[in-house]
Design a protein around this ligand. Sequence first.
Ligand code: 8X3
Length: 248
Amino acid sequence: MDQTRTAVVTGASSGIGAATARHLARAGFHVFCAARRTDRIEALAAEIGGTPVACDVTDEQSVAGLARAVGDRLDLLVNNAGGAFGSGPVAEADSDDWRRTFEVNVIGLVQVTRALLPALLASGAGTILNVGSTAGRIAYEGGASYTTAKHGTQVVNETLRLELYDQPVRVMEIAPGMVKTEEFGLVRFRGDREKAEAVYAGVAEPLTADDVAETITWMATRPPHVSIDELVIRPKAQAAQHKVHRVV
Ligand code: 8X3
């Protein structure tokens, strides 16, 4: 019997997702690298000996294709696909931005979880690891579509843990704070690099995607009876969302 542990990482084309795929592969997992951008996941999968799967988590048919590619058994699902779209105040809420943010951070996560749950159960000791955010713990100005959606991610996480309490699948969440990745800020600020960079201005060491990926891998490799229910990870410079040590 093939004992290689398998993992699915959504949003594997960049940032935390790509770094997590690399770290999990190093830890011995065969990783299904799922994302929309096929060129990126093909290159990543070739690099780590994984399997690329073109998948848009917001599209049910596409998610069904991911479940088919994975097959009957899966050890670990990292629901990483997410993002913030737009940064306007509630008074100027762009409904399309809000829908898009909910689609990927909440509905997409639910769709992937639902589709892969049978395979996770079949493993006998499955893990669902959702990538939330400190934005799912607090509110801040100009971020409500994202903070609201990430609160949703956190509630899905808690609900799943209750619903699966007697099943062989544990449910965990990592909630990162300030992580500097190539795309997150650019997407949020619609390509405005200056605004995206300003978030990290003067912060000596924001977290990197590797910092988060290494922690995800640690969480996922605890013995099956251990559940790291929620883990908040921030750079030391970010004592709280609004309290960031900057040297300018
Ligand atoms: C991203 C963290 O601080 O931009 O998930 O809300 S923050």
